[in-house]
Design a protein around this ligand. Structure first.
Ligand code: UTP
Length: 292
């Protein structure tokens, strides 16, 4: 088999974000900040830290601020330069030079699978990475890097997996599969949002994927599901029926920003990891904890 290298990433960021209304009425959920950094910046940085330079962001209505965020802002740069704010200037410049970022619009929000169909011509028949634009993964080795390393061994679709507790399986797509190497599974099936009794495992689809290009054929065959959306999970199921599809239990913590409680947890944990903030924030949290 011809060995194919992964050079492109796709970040779907066109969803409506209804779980986060009213904040997402006129601004993208992917721009919600974790302390002072928009969620999607962490996602792009993970791709870059994994060796990817070519990124396609799937955007939609009211998502212009994503493009502005990664673009050059000469006005702002001049202002910072005049104010001798060299560190900020450096950060702002770095941001617009992070990667080659392309954009395509999904005009109707018909689901994650439909969003990914928009990447077909951009990926040019090569395998590619998908990172959900509303999901941050905190890990020592970037999650996407871990998945690429597995892909290089198996040369097939690899789904990033997170282990969840039984009371949370009904929020996720859960896999059924055989462990073929440490943390690596060959999938037999995928079940969307099962009850704890139905769940065949505690491994949930975790917002990061390496997809081989045949996924587009399976997406073409996928009809909208019960909420009228074309589900990526349905296409992956079909792919797993016809080809070897793998899952890898990545080392890292997943934060789903689209969920309000997860969002709050992310804010607190990231603030505590930042030395410049934790000095004041930690004593406050301790006092608050004692008073509860
Ligand atoms: P979600 O499943 O969280 O969907 O999308 P959503 O529609 O944005 O959120 P809710 O459920 O209405 O609150 C996961 C990722 O896939 C993208 C989203 O932007 C998010 O980053 N997505 C989802 C699309 O790009 N297009 C879609 O049609 C749906």
């Amino acid at each position: 088999m011809k060995e194919r290298k992964i050079t492109k990433a796709v970040i779907p960021a066109a969803g409506r974000g209804t779980r986060f209304l009213p904040a997402t009425k006129a601004q993208p959920k992917e721009m919600l900040p974790i302390v002072d950094t928009p969620t999607i910046q962490f996602v792009v940085e993970e791709a870059v830290a994994s060796g990817i330079q070519d990124i396609l962001i799937i955007t939609g209505k009211d998502k212009r601020s994503i493009e502005d965020h990664f673009d050059k802002s000469l006005e702002l740069e001049m202002l910072l330069e005049r104010g001798n704010k060299h560190e900020m200037l450096h950060d702002v410049r770095k941001l617009s030079e992070l990667a080659h970022i392309h954009y395509i619009r999904q005009s109707e929000q018909l689901g994650l699978g439909h969003a990914i169909q928009h990447a077909r011509f951009h990926v040019e028949g090569e395998p590619f990475v998908v990172l959900l634009g509303d999901t941050i993964i905190e890990s020592a080795t970037p999650c996407v890097r871990q998945l690429i390393d597995v892909y290089e061994q198996v040369q097939g679709t690899v789904i990033g997996l997170e282990q969840v507790t039984a009371d949370r399986v009904s929020r996720y797509g859960i896999i059924e599969g055989d462990e073929i190497a440490e943390r690596t599974f060959r999938l037999r099936d995928l079940i969307e949002k099962p009850t704890p009794e139905e769940a065949p495992s505690l491994y949930a689809i975790g917002g990061r994927y390496i997809l081989t290009p045949t996924i587009f054929d399976y997406l073409d065959q996928t009809r909208p599901g019960k909420n009228g959306e074309i589900q990526l999970t349905d296409a992956l199921r079909r792919q797993a029926e016809q080809e070897s599809v793998y899952g890898y239990h990545f080392d890292g913590i997943r934060y789903d920003i689209g969920d309000r409680v997860d969002y709050l947890i992310t804010q607190v944990e990231y603030a505590l990891r930042r030395k410049d903030l934790s000095e004041r924030f930690l004593p406050y949290l301790k006092t608050l904890g004692r008073s509860l």
